[in-house]
Design a protein around this ligand. Structure first.
Ligand SMILES: NC(=O)N[C@@H](CC(=O)O)C(=O)O
Ligand SMILES: [Zn+2]
Ligand SMILES: [Zn+2]
Length: 365
């Protein structure tokens, strides 16, 4: 059984209230437990967007080619650090991309050397740059067992890829057919269900004990599938797993704002250039690094849960990964609507910033 974050953990949260309404809130500095920074010119453009507000992030390894060895993770980490603004103390927490050829000894060595924090499982073909992922889950069993033994968490993109499974059902089917069997076969494996999009995912994570966590993205707290499809197709709302019907969004909102330690922020901020999104075969991914904290403050306030924002963005994630919460703080101030740039310019092309569809009154101080 997991417990709610106890009130004593709220010591870092200070709020100034005028009348009933909260107008300022100070949180421990947030972390992003699922982030795509890409490489090259894109990395240089988007890294500062995350470093501005976040202390740490779990960096996804789905580059082309993917980050599969400890040595590659170490090199990628250096490129990320080089892309950060002068004086930034943002810490990239690296992951390895699990393939059927991954060497358990390399994973353990990379963890023990402090190079990696986790390993990422992509079912082959499930999402962007997942071709090198896993087809036969039995083949990675020795790696998963080594990870369980050495306390290396597994981050999972949880969707089946079977052509006969409807895209809106792929997460729920994955839980039954793949995730639950893996967890039963590998007791002690610490596992994060990444970017959950369904009530099924939230319920499974909530009841899964201390070795199971789930990240929830900013955009899945805001959009449902109508936002993608009604009134013309909106490529910038297309991501994987695809947003589901409203009742699932409500379940995610309930989970994120509950304070339950199972749930923490993983933005899955996933930049693609506009031509790659606005295409006859558009890429999956929403870019939310720039305005996530303002969007989340608005969402949590509307849910009457601003006092639980800190648990979601800054406390539950470090607790799952066995890390201290950040010492630094971040203050959000409520006022006139705040404008973010609609696009980030990169040397590869423009990247559209997630548009929540409602005004943002909370700015990061
Ligand atoms: N979420 C997405 O829609 N896209 C991600 C991959 C992923 O996290 O599945 C990407 O790398 O673009
Ligand atoms: Zn994914
Ligand atoms: Zn992702």
């Amino acid at each position: 059984m997991k417990t709610l974050v106890r009130p004593c953990l709220w010591r870092g949260l200070r709020a100034r209230a005028i009348g009933e309404a909260m107008t300022q809130i100070t949180l421990r500095r947030p972390d992003d437990w699922h982030l795509h920074l890409r490489d090259g010119a894109m990395l240089r453009a988007v890294a500062p967007e995350s470093a501005r507000h976040f202390g740490r992030a779990i960096i996804m390894p789905n580059l082309v080619p993917p980050v599969v060895t400890g040595a590659q993770a170490s090199e990628y980490r250096e490129r990320i650090l080089a892309a950060l603004p002068e004086g930034s103390d943002f810490t990239p927490l690296m992951t390895l991309y699990l393939t059927e050829e991954t060497d358990p000894a390399d994973v353990v060595a990379a963890k023990q050397a402090g190079i990696i924090t986790a390993v990422k499982l992509y079912p082959a073909g499930a999402t962007t740059n997942s071709a090198s992922g896993v087809r036969d889950f039995d083949k990675v069993r020795p790696v998963l067992e080594a990870m369980a033994e050495h306390g290396v968490p597994l981050c999972v993109h949880g969707e089946v890829v079977d052509g006969d499974v409807d895209i809106f059902d792929r997460e729920a089917v994955f839980i039954d057919r793949v995730l639950d069997p893996i967890r039963r076969a590998t007791p002690g494996l610490r596992l994060v269900m990444e970017h959950i999009t369904t009530k099924d995912g939230a319920d499974y994570a909530r009841s899964g004990g201390d070795n199971l966590g789930a990240t929830i993205t900013t955009h899945h707290l805001v959009i449902n599938r109508n936002h993608i499809l009604v009134g013309g197709i909106k490529p910038h709302y297309y991501c994987l797993p695809v947003a589901k019907r409203e009742s699932h969004r409500q379940a995610l909102l309930e989970a994120a704002t509950s304070g339950d330690a199972s749930f923490f922020l993983g933005t899955d901020s996933a930049p693609h250039t506009d031509p790659n999104k606005e295409s006859a075969c558009g890429c999956a991914g929403c870019f939310t690094a720039t305005n996530t904290m303002s969007v989340l403050a608005e969402v949590f306030e509307a849910a009457g849960a601003l006092d639980r924002l800190e648990a979601f963005t800054s406390l539950n994630g470090p607790a799952f990964y066995g890390l201290p919460a950040n010492e630094a703080t971040l203050t959000l101030v409520k006022g006139d609507p705040v404008q973010y740039p609609p696009k980030i310019l990169t040397d590869e092309g423009a990247v559209t910033v997630f548009e929540p569809g409602f005004p943002l009154h909370w700015r990061v101080d």
